[in-house]
Design a protein around this ligand. Structure first.
Ligand SMILES: C[S@@+](CC[C@H](N)C(=O)[O-])C[C@H]1O[C@@H](n2cnc3c(N)ncnc32)[C@H](O)[C@@H]1O
Length: 353
């Protein structure tokens, strides 16, 4: 059987992209040289993915093998299920993928059979999804062992891009495997104590010493939840972040979530210059929405812009779900537009001296 296209070990990163740091946003992806519209900027591979619970009737599942992750429409007549029936969400696209995934799935299967059902009953599908993702990440780390590589696949380089990108040799873009996950933003200090205590209790009860043969400490588990909460991506069949918004359809129904460690470097804007979609192997493909000028930040949207047209609702979404205040150009423009209304509501004339 030929290797699937997702057997590639490293993300593809356009050579014009570099990582810089800002006082307010932390690290950010910038264009070191001009980027033309529709250029593919990055194709990132997930470190781990979990499918949405079947109870929510998702439109897709995907192959459990890390290096395949082929998308499978639901209901599927051809998907291969686990003979141990560990969880209805565990499927493979072929017997071959299941066979190749045996070593990885063994501890996962044992964990799902011994604790999975209890977690669902006690903590609901959301708690189950989070713990399963954590378990999959620790199992991936265990299976990869100390195997980390520092080689990124890049497309053609030009001289201008080389100068800037090479100055960035210690950047996140050079990290792979577990290193790229652990290097992500997100620590207990960024979350309310109550949340952190809850995650600690969850991990102590259902994760630490609960995955046969797989090492996982309480601090690592809590650190990982913080990174997941800050950086994870949902899986949707459509495009996220096309701007300007030209269609009313939205990106479709949620079918899973996971961590894309290199793509997690993109910051958010409500007028993104980069959009993203998933290919048939759940690799995340990022493309320029328009021409991006040298030095300009490359931003995606963290949510479906079709669902959040109103500025106040959008800002509330960012503040409550991602815990930062969005100061992108669109939010600033919306605020400027609303200022005259706001002032006249107070009985003040904006045009008077
Ligand atoms: C997925 S990470 C993006 C990469 C991150 N800046 C880093 O240093 O690794 C998300 C975090 O970046 C910051 N961030 C992203 N978009 C932002 C924005 N528009 N304004 C301010 N902070 C932002 C927030 O701290 C957020 O929790």
């Amino acid at each position: 059987m030929p290797p699937s296209p997702s057997d590639a070990e490293a993300p593809t990163i356009h050579p014009a992209l570099a990582v810089r740091r800002s006082a307010t946003k932390g690290r950010m992806v910038v264009a070191a040289s001009a980027i033309e519209p529709r250029t593919t900027l990055m194709v990132d591979l997930p470190y781990a993915l979990v499918p949405a619970p079947r109870a929510h009737d998702p439109p897709f599942s995907f192959c459990s093998r890390d290096r395949c992750h082929r998308r499978l429409p639901l209901p599927s007549q051809t998907a291969v299920t686990c003979p141990q029936r560990c969880a209805p969400e565990v499927v493979w696209c072929s017997q071959d993928c299941r066979a190749q995934d045996t070593a990885r799935h063994q501890p996962e299967c044992a964990w799902l059979r011994s604790g999975g059902c209890t977690v669902r009953q006690k903590h609901g599908e959301f708690g189950f999804e989070l713990l399963w993702l954590l378990a999959k990440m620790f199992i991936r780390k265990h299976c990869d062992g100390s195997l980390t590589t520092t080689t990124a696949t890049t497309t053609t380089r030009d001289a201008d891009a080389d100068a800037d990108a090479d100055a960035d040799t210690t950047s996140h873009f050079n990290h792979r495997g577990w290193d790229s996950v652990w290097d992500l933003a997100g620590s207990p200090a960024s979350f309310p104590d109550q949340d952190v205590r809850g995650w600690r209790d969850l991990a102590r009860a259902h994760l630490v010493d609960k995955i046969p043969g797989v090492a996982c400490t309480l601090d690592q588990a809590v650190g990982l939840v913080c990174r997941i909460e800050t950086n994870s991506f949902g899986l949707y069949p459509g495009v996220t972040g096309e701007f300007p918004i030209t269609q009313r359809q939205g990106r479709g129904e949620y079918y899973g979530s996971g961590l894309y460690p290199t793509a997690a470097m993109f910051n958010h804007a409500c007028c993104p210059n980069v959009s993203h979609r998933l290919d048939e192997h759940n690799r995340r493909v990022f493309s320029a929405n328009r021409k991006i000028m040298p030095g300009e930040e490359c931003c995606i949207s963290y949510f479906d812009l079709v669902d959040f047209q109103d500025a106040a609702v959008r800002r509330h979404e960012v503040r409550t779900k991602w815990t930062f205040a969005c100061d992108c150009q669109r939010c600033q423009d919306d605020a400027d537009e609303k200022l005259p209304d706001f002032l006249s509501g107070l009985g003040l004339d904006v045009d008077s001296d």
